[in-house]
Write a new protein. Structure first.
Length: 614
């Protein structure tokens, strides 16, 4: 969840580290710091923004120039409140070892007590400081070890998740990094190397990267790098070429990344389908699963595991696969999956969905499913991510880097991938060739329809101005649009801090109707489908209690204009397609309400982009 950067080469390290930390701000954080190697270790860290840290570094001036190796960190608090002392990097007592850490040390209490008994004093309340003090302790007790060996021996005592970078003035031309459950990537330059928790800080300087796997440790110098496992066995690594450019992680003239990513959705829709939707052949081609398609079709059932927005995409996937392919589907929160001792076997398929491919709970679900013999399949956005490497087969969403913490285009891409999967599973089994071709043609028209919805941005902003001060929202939908109601409510909660709930519209009478009064905005997803008449009845129930009705409706629907206070019309589409259209106005509404309330939509409080701790 936190951000890691590191550099060793021949350039001044401080500007590179600070720029890298800014590239990682989207992940969410509450403090920041850097450690530079300049004879001795120079550490600057503080609660607050990277910009604040940058000002503090600038105030030091020439004292930091000439340092060509260092590490930097943005922290998202787990153990200990946000504070200067709890910020990373952490130093050992002597001040000659510095460490940054993502993850959670689960046995830190026991380790800390042992270190306290040995005379170590602690400056912070974090679990991370235990690691640097333990490295120091082991190194002192085993003087024949080098920094790499001290780190390796330390990690054998650690339970939990970690991505760490360690430097020491005892070995000033070296950075040691290791990962278990928290991602790390090494960028390979010309006589220089970059380290980061994801590729965003690296792509400006090089596109050649190596992804560390769990249980691996790397030693990086100006002359090269080596990767070993925790047992000290050399590992061969594949150098990967990054598939995105610096421009993809810039705002491109938009005020916020979130707005840019909402408006990128028509292009993303095309990218997700490119080479996969083959209209002339009337089929989809999914290269990442073609070798396993027969086994997928023969599955006793499919389980989808995900978290947050990806879970909502999974719910839509359940509707799609069951309708098209007639295979039973269950959708689980990944965070609950392994703890309920699920009944999973070799006849089951488990699909893991994650934007980052590094979500800790989803990775835990993946490993549980593999242990039980299921076929595991991944849907993720990041090439080389852990889910991409550890699943047997899968598909990339090709959404491009998503910087805004509140997911938008990644959700759209996930749903399209699930739509294509459902069609692939149905081919030759449950729907005719004509039906498949019809669905593919409608899918191919999505980008144009999405663009027409984006043209309604000013109208949606006007609605946002009317309701920005509401304290509660209710989102209601049925069928395919029930998960969209959940997603719309989540977007509003995440970035505007307004309480919002999504419900199946028919469930309103079983509780939420008690909340409705003249101050309650109720958003209905009321497109023309098989449940349309039922939705109209639900709207009447809200109106009779003076609720404020906002409707997402199909173009040409005049009836709903007499019932709703505000109507946002979207292009006509079949039921399975509508979630990909109805979600866009809800994304825009949440965005405009949040910005009108003065919220930071790209970095909402307490949230992180990639949740790499359980």
């Amino acid at each position: 969840m936190c951000g890691i950067v590191g550099y060793i080469g021949d350039r001044d390290a401080a500007p590179l580290l600070l720029k890298g930390l800014k590239r990682l701000e989207y992940r969410g954080y509450d403090s920041a710091g850097i450690a530079l190697m300049k004879g001795s270790l120079l550490v600057m860290k503080q609660k607050g923004s990277v910009s604040g840290l940058e000002c503090a570094v600038d105030a030091i001036g020439s004292d930091i120039q000439g340092s060509t190796a260092g590490i930097g960190h943005t922290r998202w608090a787990t153990h200990g409140e946000p504070s200067d002392n709890n910020a990373h990097p952490h130093l050992n007592t002597a001040g000659d070892i510095a460490l940054i850490h993502n993850g959670i040390v689960e046995n830190f209490t026991v380790l800390k007590q042992e270190l306290l008994s040995a005379g170590y004093a602690f400056r912070s309340d974090t679990d991370s400081e235990v690691l640097v003090q333990l490295i120091d302790s082991i190194w002192k007790r085993n003087p024949s070890l080098d920094l790499e060996g001290a780190v390796r021996h330390t990690l054998r005592h650690v339970e939990g998740a970690y991505g760490i970078c360690v430097i020491s003035s005892r070995e000033p031309d070296k950075i040691v990094v290791a990962r278990k459950g928290s991602p790390l990537v090494i960028g390979i330059g010309n006589g220089e190397f970059f380290i980061a928790s994801d590729a965003a800080p690296i792509v400006e300087y090089t596109k050649k990267v190596v992804y560390l796997s769990d249980g691996e440790l790397a030693v990086i110098t100006r002359d090269g790098y080596s990767v070993k496992n925790i047992e000290n066995i050399e590992q061969e690594k594949i150098v990967t070429e990054l598939d995105f450019s610096l421009e993809k992680i810039e705002k491109g003239g938009f005020e916020h990344f979130m707005l840019k990513e909402i408006f990128e959705q028509p292009a993303v829709m095309q990218d997700v389908m490119r080479g996969r939707v083959r209209l002339a052949e009337g089929r989809v081609y999914l290269g990442g699963i073609e070798d396993y398609l027969d086994r997928l079709k023969q599955a006793r059932r499919i389980l989808i595991c995900a978290c947050g927005t990806s879970w909502h995409a999974g719910l839509i996937g359940e509707y799609l696969i069951e309708e098209f392919a007639r295979i039973p589907v269950e959708v689980d929160y990944a965070s609950e999956f392994r703890y309920r001792n699920p009944i999973v076997g070799v006849d089951d398929v488990v699909i893991l969905i994650s934007q980052s491919g590094e979500t800790a709970d989803t990775l835990a679900a993946l490993r549980t499913a593999k242990e039980k013999g299921a076929l595991v399949m991944g849907i993720c956005n990041v090439v080389g991510s852990t889910i991409a490497r550890e699943t047997l087969c899968g598909m990339y969403t090709h959404a491009g880097p998503e910087v805004g913490v509140a997911s938008t285009k990644a959700f759209t891409a996930q749903v399209i991938v699930l739509y294509m999967l459902a069609l692939a599973l149905s081919k030759g089994r449950t729907i005719s060739s004509d039906e498949a071709a019809l669905n593919l043609r409608e899918l191919s028209r999505l980008p144009e329809k999405a663009t027409r919805i984006l043209d309604l941005d000013e109208q949606i902003k006007g609605i946002a101005e009317r309701f920005k001060d509401a304290r509660n929202f209710l989102y209601l939908g049925r069928g395919y649009n029930f998960p969209v109601a959940l997603e719309g409510a989540l977007k509003l909660k995440e970035i505007s801090y307004i309480h919002a709930e999504g419900y199946p519209a028919a469930e309103m009478k079983h509780g939420p109707i008690a909340l409705i009064d003249e101050d309650m905005p109720v958003i209905f997803i009321a497109t023309r489908d098989s449940t349309y008449s039922k939705i109209l009845s639900n709207i009447e129930e809200v109106r009779s209690r003076k609720g404020r009705v906002i409707a997402i409706a199909s173009e040409g629907d005049q009836e709903i204009g007499h019932l709703a206070e505000h109507v946002i019309y979207i292009p006509q589409a079949s039921g399975p397609i509508t979630p990909l259209l109805t979600v866009i106005p809800l994304q825009l509404l949440a965005y405009h309400i949040a910005t009108l309330r003065g919220c930071n939509v790209d970095r909402p409080r307490n949230l992180a982009k990639s949740v790499t701790v359980e």
